[in-house]
Ligand binder design. Structure first.
Ligand code: SF4
Length: 447
C-alpha cells in the first residue's frame, strides 16, 4: 500500500468512492500532495505549510475530487485547502468565541441552555474545514475524550434532570467507530429524562461513504435520533451525498442542515436559494444559517451581518417556508444563538399592528378587542405537562419563565429585565440617594 503522505493525485482520486476507512487511511495531509493537482508554486506550498502548522490540514479523497482545479475561487477548494490568510489573527478574534469552555461543568459538556447540553465526543474530523469555529481544538488528539471522560460527562447528564435534549458533536461524532457511538447512545437512552439526541456531522458532505448500513442500522435502534449536517454550497450535493442522505432519511432520522455564511463561498442569495432547494429535495430541513463566528484565523471568511439579512430577504416569501433556515449570530461570550430577520414589523398601536410582506405590501392586522391574559387562571395544562424534574417556578404557572419569558408571565409584576451594573440604573440610584438625603436634611432643618 502507498503511504498516505506519498500518494499521488492519481492514486487518491482513484479512491474518491472507496469505503470510509480506506479514505481515512488516505487523507490528504501534506501540501506537497496538492502541488501537481492544483498547480501550486513553491511559495504557495510554503504558505499552506505555514497555515497547516497552526491549523491542521486533512482532506478526504472524495472531497478533493470535487475541487474544480481550474477555478482558484472554487468553493470546495476554499473550504478544504489552507491559505496564508489563516495566519492573520484579527483584533476581533477570540480563542473560544462562544465561551464553550467557560460553560463546561465537566470536561466534554457545554451546558448553556436550561434543558439541553452539548456533548463533545471526538476531536477528529474527516476533513478539517478551514472555517471551523472549533479550530482551537479539532484535530488535537490531546483533546479527544477518553472513555472514562465520556462516562463522567454522561454521568453529569444523568445527574441533571432538567436536560431533555443532548446534542452530540465534536469534531465529528461519526468518526468514532460504530461500536463506540452505539455505546454512547445506549448510555443516553438509559437516562429517563433525556427525550431526544441530536448528532452533528459533516460526513454526508465530506465523507458520505461513512453513512453505511452498519451505522444506519445502529442509529435506528436509538430513536428518536436527529442528525444535523453541514452543507454550505450546492456543489456539495452529489450523487454520493444524496445516497448518504437517503439512507439516513429512510431510517426515519429527521435531517437538518446548518450552513455557515462564508465570504466568496456562499454569500449570495442565489447560491443559498439553490442550496436550500437541494436540501429539501433530499429531505433535509434547512435549520440554521450561521453568521461566521469570531474564531481565530477565519476572519477572511466573515461577511457583514447585512449580507445575511440580504440573503434572508431573498429567501423569506420567495421560497417554501420550511426551506428557509433561521439566520443566527451565535453570541460572542456565550449568550447563545440570536435569530436575525429583515424587519417586517413596521409599527404597532394599542389595537393595530402594521406589517409588510416580502413583496413590500404594507398591511394592517387588528388586535382582538379584549387584551387576553397570556395564561388563563383556570388552565391545568402546565400542571399536567410539566415534568416533576422541572417544577414550575414558584408563583408561576409557566414552566419556562426564564429571561424574556418572565415578561409574558402574568403571575409576576416584572416589566423589564435590566442587566446588572447598568450605568443608567446606577446613576438613577445615586440621584435617588442624593435627593433622598436632601429630603432628610430638609426634614431635619424643618424639625
Ligand atoms: S467537520 Fe465540523 S468540527 Fe470538523 S473541522 Fe469541519 S466544521 Fe469543524
Amino acid at each position: 500500500m502507498i503511504p498516505s503522505k506519498n500518494a499521488t493525485p492519481q492514486h487518491w482520486l482513484s479512491l474518491a468512492n472507496a469505503d470510509w476507512k480506506t479514505q481515512m487511511k488516505h487523507l490528504i495531509q501534506s501540501p506537497d500532495q496538492l502541488r501537481d493537482f492544483l498547480n501550486l508554486s513553491d511559495r504557495q506550498i510554503n504558505e499552506i505549510n505555514r497555515a497547516s502548522q497552526l491549523f491542521p490540514m486533512a482532506i478526504t479523497p472524495y472531497y478533493a475530487s470535487l475541487i474544480d482545479t481550474k477555478d482558484p475561487q472554487c468553493p470546495i477548494r476554499a473550504q478544504a485547502v489552507p491559505t496564508i490568510r489563516e495566519t492573520d489573527f484579527a483584533s476581533a478574534d477570540i480563542e473560544d468565541p462562544l465561551a464553550e469552555d467557560h460553560d463546561s461543568p465537566v470536561p466534554g459538556i457545554t451546558h448553556r441552555y436550561p434543558d439541553r447540553v452539548l456533548l463533545v465526543v471526538s476531536q477528529m474530523c474527516a476533513m478539517f474545514c478551514r472555517h471551523c469555529t472549533r479550530k482551537r481544538s479539532v484535530g488535537d488528539e490531546t483533546h479527544t475524550p477518553s472513555k472514562d471522560s465520556l462516562k463522567n460527562a454522561i454521568q453529569y447528564i444523568r445527574d441533571t434532570p432538567g436536560i431533555r435534549d443532548v446534542l452530540i458533536s465534536g469534531g465529528d461524532p461519526f468518526l468514532l467507530s460504530t461500536k463506540r457511538l452505539d455505546w454512547i447512545l445506549t448510555e443516553l437512552n438509559g437516562i429517563e429524562h433525556v427525550e431526544i439526541v441530536r448528532i452533528g456531522t459533516r460526513t454526508p458532505v465530506v465523507l458520505p461513504q461513512r453513512i453505511d448500513d452498519e451505522l444506519v442500522n445502529m442509529l435506528k435502534k436509538h430513536h428518536p435520533v436527529w442528525v444535523n449536517t453541514h452543507f454550505n454550497h450546492p456543489r456539495e450535493v452529489t450523487a454520493e451525498s444524496k445516497k448518504a442522505l437517503r439512507k439516513l432519511a429512510d431510517a426515519g432520522i429527521p435531517l437538518g442542515n446548518q450552513s455557515v455564511l462564508l465570504r466568496d463561498v456562499n454569500d449570495c442569495p442565489l447560491i443559498m436559494q439553490n442550496l436550500v432547494h437541494r436540501m429539501v429535495q433530499n429531505r433535509v430541513r434547512p435549520y440554521y444559517m450561521y453568521q461566521c463566528d469570531l474564531s481565530r484565523g477565519i476572519e477572511h471568511f466573515r461577511t457583514s451581518v447585512s449580507k445575511g439579512i440580504e440573503i434572508m430577504e431573498m429567501l423569506i416569501g420567495h421560497t417554501s417556508g420550511f426551506a428557509v433556515p433561521t439566520y443566527v449570530v451565535d453570541a460572542p461570550g456565550g449568550g447563545g444563538k440570536i435569530p436575525l430577520t429583515p424587519q417586517y414589523l413596521i409599527s404597532m398601536g394599542t389595537r393595530k399592528v402594521v406589517l409588510r410582506n416580502y413583496e413590500g405590501v404594507i398591511c394592517l392586522y387588528s388586535e382582538p378587542p379584549q387584551k387576553e391574559s397570556s395564561c388563563p387562571a383556570d388552565c391545568q395544562y402546565c400542571d399536567d405537562l410539566t415534568p416533576k424534574s422541572k417544577p414550575t417556578p414558584k408563583g408561576s404557572k409557566w414552566a419556562t419563565n426564564v429571561g424574556v419569558g418572565k415578561l409574558f408571565d402574568d403571575s409576576n409584576n416584572v416589566i423589564a429585565i435590566v442587566p446588572e451594573n447598568l450605568e443608567r440604573v446606577q446613576r438613577r440610584e445615586e440621584n435617588y440617594q442624593e435627593n433622598h438625603q436632601e429630603n432628610i436634611n430638609d426634614g431635619e432643618k424643618n424639625d
